[in-house]
Design a binder for this molecule. Structure first.
Ligand code: PGA
Length: 252
């Protein structure tokens, strides 16, 4: 039985004060529960403050990105080791905004996944199709390339540490959510793919989150699907009053 995993992707939002307040509110509301794995992913500059604010709670912290090198002359970038050092457990990799705004390609994303694992971070690998790709019937081929290339070269032991987030690009920040049936179809497809790549037990244990306009009123229905094991939440993660009910919805 897979444990649900709900992560909040704060993206490039909030002030330092707002991030500390949100963390404190989440700690008070859900910081003691352990039925669902919960993480928040603040902007880099707020990570240490949020780690501090969440101390003593069950809520983990993740980063939104990393640069795949141990250190050195990479102006403006942050290494996996630094992310681990400041107290992160997870790191989001290959988010659609990085793929489509910043031009990240699957090979670079794969290098990031590997360097995260080397630093003992747990990657959340994001995949998902554009609207035009869905409309032209290419959802499965797009997602399979992203999964296969993103996880290329991983051992079974490494693959066991991965969470995949299926985030149809047309549903991100648009208010338009995939229907539970649409989500389930792609999630089952992804699990089948992981089965082919890494075998039954890795695939059966892997958590596949859904992301894209998850809100308190649609979270339960989405996460009730057999292959939807949690959610990656953007906009609704910025307010405790929205994020908390989503975590509660995962408890069923
Ligand atoms: P959204 O973002 O919930 O605001 O659609 C999800 C994401 O990009 O992870």
């Amino acid at each position: 039985m897979r444990k649900y995993f709900v992560a909040g992707n704060w993206k490039m939002n909030l002030t330092m004060g707002e991030s500390a307040k949100l963390a404190a509110d989440l700690k008070a509301a859900i910081g003691g529960q352990s039925e669902v794995d919960v993480a928040v992913c603040p902007p880099f500059v707020y990570v240490p403050g949020v780690v501090e604010a969440l101390k003593g709670s069950t809520i983990a912290v993740g980063a939104q990105n990393l640069y795949p090198a141990p250190g050195g002359a990479f102006t403006g970038e942050v290494s996996p080791k630094m992310i681990k050092d400041v107290g992160c457990r997870y790191v989001i990799i290959g988010h659609s905004e990085r793929r489509h705004i910043l031009g990240e390609k699957d090979e670079f994303i794969n290098a990031k996944v590997k360097s995260a694992l080397e630093a003992q971070l747990l990657p959340i690998l994001c995949v998902g199709e554009l609207l035009a790709e869905r409309q032209s019937g290419r959802t499965q081929s797009v997602v399979s390339i992203q999964v296969e290339k993103g996880l290329a070269g991983l051992t079974e032991q490494d693959a066991a540490k991965i969470t995949i987030a299926y985030e149809p690009v047309w549903a991100i920040g648009t208010g338009e959510t995939a229907t539970p049936a649409q989500a389930q179809e792609v999630h089952a497809y992804i699990r089948g793919l992981v089965k082919k790549l890494f075998g039954d037990s890795i695939a059966d244990a892997m958590r596949i989150q859904y992301g894209g306009s998850v809100k308190p009123d649609n979270a339960a229905e989405l996460m009730a699907q057999p292959d939807v094991d949690g959610s990656l939440v953007g906009g609704a993660a910025l307010k405790a009053e929205n994020f908390v009910p989503i975590v509660r919805a995962a408890k069923g």
